[in-house]
Design a protein. Structure first.
Length: 306
């Protein structure tokens, strides 16, 4: 299988390089044109030419404009990367007969209610990021190409900047913390997203009916406050220098931290469609979070830079 992987330096893309490796030959272009291939999503002409040159069986697009607050002041750039580029990839996939794997977000929903969102539920993004991600989904769906769109939530990884690392730093520096407790979702490891993608791509892809949109998130739910408490308690038990006590991690509403972009309160995703279609079971969010935390703590202790 020939795979064209875009965004290979991001949280999910990095894990995809590992998880997809046994499936075939991976071409993972960077944004800089090298050897006639270019992975810059702001250059539709170069992107299309790259797909034609590589002629992959599967295009995996893990690249995205993910700066949620910044997107409010850069809507054109967010639209180019999150909507126009997927549209170009979908047109090329359709012309080639290739599959397009693409990632989207819980932020396509308006966050009302308390039920987990299903794939058929009406979308209603609250911010530019969510709007552009929805436009990307719609463009792929309209293209007629064979596709797998995976909507996921609250992505973390042991590598790069992320919520776990931020909480470790704050817990060591401060005697008290405030963390949002009225947004609900499932922290989902980049590792789980990549491994699930690989599992699915290793199944027979000749079933045209599997083409579609799926929710892909860890099982269970928490809030950012619940996530922070798990991280900090585990770090303390592991001997990490934690100043803040459990009692001093204050649960606060979203309004306590005004941000440029509005965020949904309900980010729960119902993953039953993915589980039944592909015979998979999404594991509870805590397992992956504890593994990533373990890796980060080991790396920090040995002076590495994950
Ligand atoms: P990251 O922000 O970690 O990575 C995004 C990647 O996109 C980076 O490698 C970045 O490159 C690349 N990129 C950005 N702009 C361009 C461009 N113009 N051309 C080429 N590449 C570009 O994202 P995640 O791995 O966390 O996200 C993966 C997917 O999951 C995305 O579709 C995202 O929308 C979705 N998602 C993410 C969530 C999250 O909490 N992070 C939640 C829900 C869904 P560089 O490293 O050079 O900047």
């Amino acid at each position: 299988m020939k795979i064209l992987l875009l965004g290979s330096n991001g949280q999910v893309g990095w894990e995809l390089q590992r998880a997809l490796a046994p499936l075939g030959e991976i071409t993972a272009p960077t944004r800089t044109e090298t050897g006639g291939v270019c992975g810059d999503l702001t250059r539709p002409d170069r992107l299309a030419a790259t797909v034609r040159q590589v002629a992959p069986d599967v295009i995996v697009n893990a690249a995205a404009y993910t700066a949620v607050d910044q997107a409010e002041s850069e809507p054109e750039l967010a639209h180019a990367i999150n909507a126009t580029a997927p549209e170009v990839l979908a047109a090329e996939a359709q012309a080639l007969g290739a599959w397009l794997v693409h990632y989207s977000t819980d932020y396509v929903f308006d966050g009302t209610g308390a039920d987990p969102w299903s794939e058929d539920d009406a979308t209603g993004p609250l911010n530019v990021y969510g709007q552009t991600k929805r436009e990307g989904e719609a463009a792929i769906q309209a293209s007629g190409c064979r596709h797998l769109i995976f909507r996921t939530s609250w992505v973390y990884a042991s590598r790069g900047r992320n919520f776990i690392r931020t909480m470790l730093r704050l817990a060591a520096d401060r005697a008290a913390l405030q963390v949002i407790d009225d947004q609900f979702g499932a922290p989902t490891g980049a590792e789980l997203i990549a491994d699930t993608t690989a599992q699915i791509l290793s199944q027979p892809l000749d079933r045209a009916e599997i083409s579609g949109l799926y929710h892909l998130a860890a099982a269970g739910e928490t809030t950012w406050h619940g996530f922070a408490r798990l991280v900090i308690a585990t770090a303390r038990d592991a001997g990490w220098p934690v100043r803040v006590t459990d009692q001093a991690i204050e649960a606060v509403p979203t309004e306590a931290f005004p941000t440029a972009a509005r965020r949904p309160g309900n980010s729960r995703l119902n993953c039953r469609k993915l589980e039944t279609t592909f015979g998979l079971r999404m594991p509870d969010w805590r397992g992956g979070a504890l593994r990533a935390l373990d890796e980060i703590l080991a790396c920090e202790t040995t002076g590495g830079s994950a």
